[in-house]
Design a protein around this ligand. Structure first.
Ligand SMILES: Nc1ncnc2c1ncn2[C@@H]1O[C@H](COP(=O)(O)OP(=O)(O)OP(=O)(O)O)[C@@H](O)[C@H]1O
Ligand SMILES: [Mg+2]
Length: 341
């Protein structure tokens, strides 16, 4: 029985890759299928060295193909490969804020969730080396495994891949007391030495501010969109302007801004409570000439789910509106890039 290329791709693509928790397709391991004169040569890159795991995997692939195809016609070539050979990341969204504590990590997670729900393959690079909080929101712990040239990201309940320094610390409350260059190195290592595999969007939760670390993200990663997070306070407005100026001076595309902690819905009260004063998000984003992607309320349910590591269960009308607007703006940005090229 001769196997068509597509059929081979399906069989091999759906196989689980040992140690990684993901499939061949998700890891982007299939390098090529060449068919000539009734023989198919299948080339796979694997994220582990010569040895037992590789042998076992070879056997698994062979057996899966044997079930559906005649083996005389198939030659299997398996080579070890590092993340730079394997990763395919189509777009990178950097999430920044001029100031800490405005909910940047939360918004990074909500962006990743929105894209995941829309069917994308999504990763989160926790670029906040000294204040990592992504694993906690998703309830991730445990040390990620390693391969030939790098480490495997953790995987959340809904299939988002995550890398954070917190996953590598012995205790998740161990402080990381590093100077700028080491932090910058860690961020670039998370880009270069993690087996992200096949990712439609990598969301990067940047460290707060406009100093060294967010600059490293902007300059050393191929950032395709930037989202600025802010909260409704006067001081924050000035800081948002600074963040937007930084992005513009680096000539990175600004996707828009998200106002977090915009208001609080109090049961029994007809109108929302503006805890930090009235929102000026519409005026501010209009003055800056960027889309307002969403206004996320202060929500005790959201805070609780974050603390319990269950952010993926959060649903609300504000989140739905944000998701719609975000996907719409990403679509617009993509069309604009296509028009230009
Ligand atoms: N809209 C919200 N509703 C409820 N809780 C929120 C909201 N936004 C943030 N929080 C809570 O506030 C905490 C801080 O948010 P987050 O970690 O996202 O801030 P950050 O801007 O990333 O902070 P840092 O600058 O320290 O990295 C989180 O634990 C989260 O649970
Ligand atoms: Mg944070």
């Amino acid at each position: 029985m001769v196997c068509e290329k597509e059929h081979i791709r399906e069989i091999v693509g759906s196989l689980a890759v040992p140690l990684t928790g993901r499939t061949v397709e998700e890891m982007n391991l299939l390098r090529g299928i060449e068919t000539s004169g009734g023989t198919s040569v299948i080339r796979l890159a694997v994220p582990f060295r010569e040895g037992r795991v590789k042998e076992v995997f070879h056997q698994v692939v062979k057996e899966a193909l044997q079930e559906h195809c005649s083996l005389e016609e198939i030659e299997l070539k398996i080579e070890s490969g590092g993340p730079s050979n394997i990763n395919r990341i189509r777009q990178v969204i950097a999430v920044i804020s001029g100031k800490g504590g405005v909910g940047k990590s939360l918004v990074s997670s909500l962006i990743a969730l929105a894209l995941r729900r829309s069917g994308q393959k999504v990763g989160i690079l926790d670029g906040d080396i000294t204040g990592p909080s992504i694993p906690r929101m998703f309830g991730l712990n445990g040390t990620p495994g390693g391969g030939e040239g790098g480490i495997f990201p953790a995987i959340t309940r809904s299939g988002i891949t995550v890398m954070s320094i917190n996953l590598l610390l012995e205790q998740d409350d161990d402080p990381v007391i590093w100077r700028g260059p080491l932090i910058a190195r860690a961020i670039t290592q998370f880009w270069e030495e993690v087996y992200w595999g096949d990712i439609d969007t990598l969301v990067v939760d940047c460290p707060p501010g406009t100093a060294d670390a967010p600059l490293t993200v902007m300059q050393s990663l191929p950032v395709s969109s930037v989202v600025v997070v802010f909260s409704p306070q006067n001081l924050v407005e000035m800081i948002v302007r600074k963040a937007v100026k930084m992005v513009r001076s680096l000539e990175k595309p600004l996707l828009g801004a998200v106002e977090n902690m915009s208001y609080l819905n109090v049961p029994g009260l007809e109108k929302p409570l503006h805890v930090f004063g009235p929102s000026r998000a519409v005026e501010l984003t209009a003055a800056l000439g960027i889309p307002l992607l969403g206004q996320i309320p202060l929500d005790p349910d959201l805070a609780r789910l974050c603390d319990e590591g269950k952010i993926e269960f959060y649903r609300s009308k504000a989140l739905e509106d944000f998701e719609k607007k975000l996907l719409g703006e990403l679509g617009n940005a993509l069309r604009a890039v296509r028009r230009e090229s």
